[in-house]
Design a protein around this ligand. Sequence first.
Ligand code: GLU
Length: 319
Amino acid sequence: MVGRKWLVALVVVLGMAVTAPQAMAKQDILFGGASITGVYYQVALQLSNMMNKHAADKYNYIGRPTGGSVFNINAIDRGAFDFAVAQSDRNWQGFNGAADWEGKPVKGLRSVFSMHPETVLLVTRKDTGIKTVMDMKGKRINIGNPGSGQRGNAEDVLRIYGLDFNKDFSAEALQQAEASRALVDQKVDAFFFTVGNPSAAVEEPAQSVELDIVPINSDGIKDFVAKHPYYIMTKIPAGTYKGVDKDVETYAVTATVISNDSVSEEVVYDMVKTVFENLDELKASHAAFRNLNPKEMLQGLSAPLHPGAIKYYKEKGWM
Ligand code: GLU
């Protein structure tokens, strides 16, 4: 009898040794951010950190830098990322087949929750004399790399102000990290960047040169904003960036965490639950996340919600 007990114990131990590595295998989850100097990359990194801390038994999250919103929506469409961040205006266009997605809507695109507001910034050096959008005539302006969210915003602003980037000024298409450096090095006179505040993309050049942020608030812009539910007029408060000592009026979108409907309900549910149950941790992880709150995080979602997110929001009685 003793011999048989030992045999059973041995089989159990061996069985555990064989099955244990499998049971512990973690699922890799890829999370697309944007430029390393922007805030999206912080979203991807901080959410990944939270998941790797609170759900380490199940997941291995990896945050990646990318080209921005348009790139991210396309990567989500291809299944290259499980989650990514995108502007609410691009999210609307992607799902509905407009602008970059004309005739090819991204039907699998799903919203998970909203993050921080992002302002359409036109950042210049004080020595360029650019005080209004029209002062860009004849200058060198970075309108954003293809794949970025700001590129479409820059194109809208120029169209509304009646400027043509093919003839009124010389347009660059640098990635944001290069654009911030190019502004300091006087290789460009201004750049467009649609970003949460504060962003290192503006804080860093503000350490070496005197910066200014140009208002984007003509009547044409206000009409345009009024016509689109995902835009609002807003102000970047004085003192947000070194040297910019007065409020600057411009318009804003919302950064949205997105996924694909082919990502499992469990993966999305686990992420959403972890985020909302540890929201204070997320809020403390970056200044742009300080004002996050559940009510607003369920607003401004311009593609349908993912079922894994709906499951959690229903459990909480939020919908
Ligand atoms: N809004 C930008 C984009 O869509 C990215 C902003 C950021 O990096 O925080 O490309």
